[in-house]
Design a protein around this ligand. Structure first.
Ligand code: NAD
Ligand code: ZN
Length: 716
């Protein structure tokens, strides 16, 4: 038992630790303790406060939602309290909460079950239908104004379909796939998508936020003046969809009978699962089981009273509404010991430090290797061999070392990447945040990795040419680079190799022969160019301005950044990486040899669009705002589909300027450059009749949105 004095001291200490932890978790996205530890300390504080109610501070962390406030952004008062959620850790606890809630309400009650998106809480304020402010949860009363950053999120409507005054709550998150891709490029990678999203929202430069493909699901709204506009949550969600918001379609509605629940759903027009109360436990276990397959992370489910008028009857605490409860999944994390750290040499020469940990089951699989990304990440963790660490694996995201729990006792200091390549002995070099082996052509690990990638599933997918075949061929010095695959006499070199019978060898030969017919885009992605995996190669070729290896290499040799960056999704950095990697002499030699081997270096006709190429040879620039093309990228797509090039600025090469409302300096530049100025109506006339119909139909509600945005400084 604590004396009053030690209790007061401990309570003050706990408050300070918890407030620091909140800053690290909510603001920096780099937690210093696990959620479990945080919750344990919070429970300890709550217990002390219960035992010493007279010294309990009114502003104790137990009484408020965790603060995400930072001095980097202005503070704004919320017009509604922005709270956290009460928590339960089992389906039984949820059912018993529902039963208790049922007692408080005598009418036929219904409940909503939503996914609890593991992202960053955000409130969007609209005035007369225009987004005026995006504010973090803050301490529930006051939040940080992060409007400029939130505006960069495509899924956040800047103007609603109706001129309403409304506050909308949602969760900003980063899809798992985007996280995996993006985190590789981070100077200091983050342990999970939530942390990366939290860090991104608080970037000082919005242009940096814009580079992260954040998105949002909204789930609550408060209409100024009229709180009884909608009878229940499903109707409210339906209204949010109509207004232009992104609402999570994974929704469950539960009522005393299944028909009743179904009726609620169908009246609203919202999609979802409907069930009787008895179906709830099954629903919860189903979602829990399947959550790894979702494209985003959820850390639980939220059960809410459906009837909006009833919510006021239930009321609120300073921390959470009494009409909702979160079912929190157990977070898939475990502690283990780092037994060793070594490095992998990738096919691009990039060095990735790997922690070899004592095998431990986490989230349904056994983890024994964990990536440590780069030296900065290791430095941030201050990680040494022998340390006890917490490893997490949320969703199907790769396992991550979250932090060091206990330092080793052997006196090992923070681990450092070695100075030389373990595969070839070259002195390693540092480029940006990563370390590389510079010996691209001679490093066995790089050559082997490149060949493995080329023949593998993400490359040419050559049947019967697995990693062992590559290893054997490398060991007998038969395979020194990719093109050898197409010149080798397999029957001769593999003859007598253990495990390679006549049948197997002839299957390899057939596999190699078949692969000669792979489409150009497969060949290009099999080369393993940095940043250009299958998806990026598709984007590169789908734009239509590049149809062959010859065209691509010409662009590379002339450093034609304009053509590359005018392709949607391809930014300056990617364009530069592409030019650099395709300029390397050994890459060129490889490409040349593959051409000699007869691989396909041209897009097939069937992959080229059948839209008449009426803009072929022309260079367009698009400026201003449009009635039928909003955002104006839609107009750019139409130009490209028809063979035209699109550039972001007017140059001597510009042949056409598509000028919409509010066109500025580009207009006079284009006139000077002698480019033809095309109005929106003229442009529509140029597009063929079918396409025009489509565009007119789809223009829909966001038609006039851009004029507003343009005047707010989004001109080029
Ligand atoms: N490790 C640390 O240092 C540290 C620090 C602070 C907080 N935490 C963790 O965070 C927890 C408390 O955090 P919290 O209050 O931000 O979040 P919470 O996990 O208690 O959940 C409440 C939040 O869920 C979100 N949410 C997602 N989908 C929703 C939906 N459909 N409907 C309603 N809300 C939805 C909302 O933003 C809401 O504010 C702690 O228990 C702890 O696990 C950890
Ligand atoms: Zn090397």
């Amino acid at each position: 038992m604590h004396t009053q004095e030690t209790a007061v001291r401990r309570m003050a200490e706990l408050s300070r630790i918890l407030l620091d932890a909140q800053h690290e978790y909510y603001v920096l996205g780099r937690p210093s303790m696990s959620d479990k530890e945080y919750d344990t300390l919070m429970d300890e504080l709550a217990a002390l406060e219960a035992a010493h109610p007279d010294v309990k501070e009114a502003d104790s962390p137990t009484q408020r939602v965790g603060s995400d406030l930072t001095s980097d952004f202005p503070e704004v008062r919320h017009s509604i309290p922005v709270l956290s959620l009460d928590k339960a850790y089992s389906a039984e606890a949820i059912v018993s909460w529902m039963n208790k809630a049922g007692l408080k309400a005598d009418t036929g009650l219904s409940f909503i079950v939503e996914e609890k998106i593991d992202g960053v809480s955000m409130v969007l304020y609209y005035e007369k239908g225009i987004l005026v402010r995006a504010v973090t949860r803050g301490n529930g009363t006051v939040g940080n104004d992060v409007t400029a950053n939130i505006r960069t999120i495509a899924a956040v409507p800047l103007r609603l379909s109706e001129p309403l005054d409304i506050a909308v709550r949602g969760e900003v998150y980063l899809p798992k796939e985007s996280f995996s891709v993006l985190n590789k490029t981070m100077e200091i990678p983050y342990a999970n998508p939530r942390n990366l999203a939290a860090g991104t929202i608080r970037r000082i430069k919005s242009s940096e936020t814009a580079r992260v493909p954040l998105t949002i699901f909204v789930y609550e709204a408060y209409f100024a003046g009229d709180a009884t506009l909608y009878p229940n949550h499903v109707e409210l969600l339906a209204a949010l969809v109509r207004l232009g918001f992104r609402v999570n379609p994974h929704l469950g509605v539960f009522a005393s009978g299944r028909q009743e629940a179904e009726a609620l759903l169908s009246a609203s027009g919202v999609q979802g699962f409907s069930g009787a109360f008895d179906d709830l436990a099954g629903y919860i276990s189903g979602v829990t089981r399947e959550r790894g397959n979702l494209p985003y992370e959820i850390d639980g489910l939220v059960v809410k009273v459906n009837d909006l008028a009833l919510r006021d009857v239930f009321g609120y605490t300073g921390h959470h509404p009494r009409w909702a409860i979160a079912y929190k999944f157990e977070s898939p994390a475990a502690q283990t010991v780092v037994q060793d750290i070594d490095v992998q040499v990738g096919r691009t020469g990039r060095i990735t430090p790997m922690a070899r940990v004592r095998s431990v089951p986490i989230g349904g699989s056994v983890v024994s290797n964990v990536t440590l990304h780069n030296q900065d990440y290791i430095d941030l963790l201050e990680l040494a061999i022998g340390d006890t660490v917490e490893v997490s694996k949320r969703g199907d995201v790769i396992p991550a070392v979250e932090r060091v729990v206990e330092k080793n006792e052997e006196g090992n200091t923070t681990w450092r990447i070695p100075a030389i390549c373990p595969s070839c002995g070259s002195t390693l070099v540092i480029r940006g945040a990563h370390t590389f082996c510079p010996n691209a052509s001679g490093c066995p690990a790089q050559v082997g990795g490149r060949i493995q990638f080329f023949v593998g599933k993400d490359g040419m997918d050559i049947a019967n040419f697995g990693p062992e075949t590559v290893t054997v061929l490398r060991n007998i010095n038969a395979l020194s680079d990719i093109p050898d695959i197409y010149t080798l006499d397999y029957r001769r070199v593999l003859d007598g190799q253990p495990g390679f019978g006549k049948k197997k060898i002839s299957l390899i030969v057939t596999g190699v022969e078949d692969s000669r017919n792979r489409p150009f885009r497969v060949v290009l992605s099999a080369l393993g160019l940095p940043d250009f995996g299958r998806k990026a190669v598709d984007q590169l070729l789908d734009a239509g301005s590049i149809r062959s290896m010859e065209q691509l290499l010409h662009i590379v040799d002339t450093h034609d950044m304009d053509t590359l960056t005018s392709i949607p999704q391809i930014g300056e950095k990617m364009a530069m990486t592409l030019i650099e990697s395709l300029s390397a002499p050994e890459m060129r030699a490889r490409i040349h040899a593959l051409g000699e081997a007869g691989l396909s270096f041209e897009e097939e006709a069937s992959q080229v669009s059948d839209v008449p190429q009426i803009f072929a040879g022309q260079t367009w620039c698009v400026t201003g705002s449009f009635e039928h093309f909003s955002p104006r990228e839609k107009a750019m797509v139409e130009v490209k589909k028809r063979g035209g090039r699109v550039t972001s600025s007017v140059t001597g090469k510009t042949t056409h300027l598509l000028a919409g409302g509010g066109a500025g300096s580009k207009l006079s530049q284009a006139q000077k450059a002698g480019a033809r100025i095309v109005s929106e109506d003229e442009f529509l006339g140029m597009l063929d009749a079918d396409a025009k119909e489509n565009i007119r139909e789809n223009a829909g509600k966001d038609a006039n949105e851009d004029s507003e945005i343009e005047t707010q400084g989004r001109l080029f």
